[in-house]
Design a protein around this ligand. Structure first.
Ligand SMILES: Nc1ncnc2c1ncn2[C@@H]1O[C@H](COP(=O)(O)OP(=O)(O)O)[C@@H](O)[C@H]1O
Ligand SMILES: [Mg+2]
Length: 142
C-alpha cells in the first residue's frame, strides 16, 4: 500500500494506525528504509503511540537501540543502523537482535534495515520512505 503524507503529524498518524494493525501479528520485525530526513523516526513516534507508549521517542542514532514498555506486556525495540559501517554483523549480534525477534511479545522496528537485510527473519514487514516536495513523504508499506 502506498501513502502520501503532507506533514510530520500525518506520518505519525499513519504510524499509529500501522501499530494498531501489527500488534496482532507476532513476532514482528518492521524494517524501515529511506534517506535521512525521510520520516522514519517520525513514523516510529506515531507507531509507539499506537502501542500505548507515552514516553517520547527520540532517535537512537548514537546508542543504536532503545527499549520501551508497551501495552499488553509487549516491548518495543527501536534500532537505528545509520551509523553502522564495518563489523556491523558482530555489533548487531551483540545486541541480541535474534533473541529479540524470537520472543513473541517483542516488536522490533529497525531504521536503515537494508543494511542487515540478509539476516532479518522471514515475515519481516518492509516500509519505504521517500522525500517529496513541500513536506510531503511517500510511504510504501509492503
Ligand atoms: N510528511 C512528513 N513526514 C515525516 N516527516 C516530515 C514530513 N514533513 C516534514 N517532515 C519533517 O522531516 C523530518 C523527518 O525526520 P526523521 O523522522 O528524523 O527522518 P529519518 O528518521 O528518516 O531520518 C522531521 O523534521 C519532520 O518534522
Ligand atoms: Mg531516524
Amino acid at each position: 500500500m502506498e501513502f502520501i503524507t503532507k506533514s510530520a503529524r500525518e506520518t505519525q498518524k499513519l504510524g499509529r494506525k500501522v501499530a494498531a494493525d501489527l500488534v496482532k501479528k507476532t513476532p514482528t520485525v518492521i524494517a524501515l528504509t529511506g534517506n535521512l530526513g525521510s520520516g522514519k523516526t517520525t513514523f516510529v513516534q506515531g507507531f509507539a503511540r499506537g502501542l500505548g507508549i507515552k514516553k517520547k521517542i527520540i532517535s537512537p542514532t548514537f546508542i543504536l537501540m532503545r527499549t520501551y514498555k508497551a501495552k499488553k506486556r509487549k516491548m518495543l525495540y527501536h534500532l537505528d543502523l545509520y551509523r553502522l559501517e564495518s563489523n556491523f554483523k558482530e555489533e548487531i549480534e551483540n545486541l541480541g537482535v535474534k533473541d529479540i525477534w524470537k520472543e513473541k511479545k517483542n516488536i522490533l522496528v529497525i531504521e536503515w534495515a537494508e543494511k542487515i537485510k540478509d539476516i532479518l527473519p522471514e515475515g519481516t514487514s518492509w516500509i519505504k520512505f521517500e522525500y517529496l516536495p513541500d513536506d510531503q513523504r511517500k510511504i510504501i508499506i509492503e
